[in-house]
Design a protein around this ligand. Sequence first.
Ligand SMILES: *Cc1c(COP(=O)(O)O)cnc(C)c1O
Length: 374
Amino acid sequence: MKLHTLEQNQLEALYKNIEETTQNFLGYPVSKDFDYSDLLPFLKFPLNNLGDPFGESTYRVDSRAMEREVVHFFAEQFRADPDNFWGYVTNGGSEGNLYGLYLARELYPKGMVYFSEATHYSVQKNITLLNMDFVKVRAQENGELDYQDLREAIGYNRHRPVIVIANIGTTMTEAKDNPARIASIIQDMAISGHYIHADAALAGGFAPFIDPRPIFDFQDGVDSISVSGHKFIGSPMPSGVVIVKKDNRDRIARNIAYIGSADATITGSRNGHSPLFLWYAIKKLGVEGFTQRTRHSLAVAAYTLKKLQTLGIDAWRNPNAITVVFPAPPVAIIDKWQLATENGQSHIICMPNVSFDQIDLLIQDLKETMIIPA
Ligand SMILES: *Cc1c(COP(=O)(O)O)cnc(C)c1O
């Protein structure tokens, strides 16, 4: 069977359109500098990583061996206890947040969830799905959680276990909440039972490779971390990785006879291709490659900030962030460069594929709109 000419034309038009729209793309955290053509032959197979990547399964058309390596890699980068971690490849950062919250709720059914107002919308949605109680805490000017406000909020609910979502890079300003500081507040208040989940959708892809290393991981007091695969690494389809403590997840997994595996994940059928893509990227890049990508992004961010400031634009960025924030420019610029804009603020995210030349072009555009005719 072949497509009719009409549909063939539709496909070609879509291809052209996508090719064009990916050109000027500075506002969203998606890397596009990848080449996975070696993996094309795998599109012939119905890969499905049903069940627990670390357990047995009777369905074997899968990439679970690669998935385990991906989980290993991130567990190591996030400094998880080598004898006490577990995880899987998700459909994205949002699913990782859902899994972290689900685990927290199973461990602490009476827990209260705290997160800042700068938190990604997936957290609020997931809390609603899980029917958990929550308190939204204030964020500081730079997007980081307001610790004093957190302390007070916990104080009102002293009798309940504490579940905190720490943002390791907020969506709008890439602010990092400090899990060590959060843990010490909880300890100070003598709370019995707590759980800290790190939402590191974007920054989890490069935080381990920044020097000095940011405070964000298992050694800093978190119990689980969610990272997106299609953001800093880049992948044709959305994906992510969630890493948790194995003893926590062992308390909630159930064995399902039909699939011959533990039903330990959120969805039943799971994408078997995305672990393969992540595995491929990790093997090709290695720690060296990740470090280089990180350095490039940080350098472009520093350059962007300087250029904007030179134009007299009130731009800023959080320490070691690849996101540069500035007052929203004219709509034509927002449209052309696809700049995410919220409450009068726009941002440029200096993903690894963003070049100095591209920034120069944007700066040129900004300069032209700033010339006011006499
Ligand atoms: C992008 C993002 C998410 C959601 O991740 P998806 O991979 O799109 O599901 C969650 N939190 C933050 C901070 C994000 O930037």
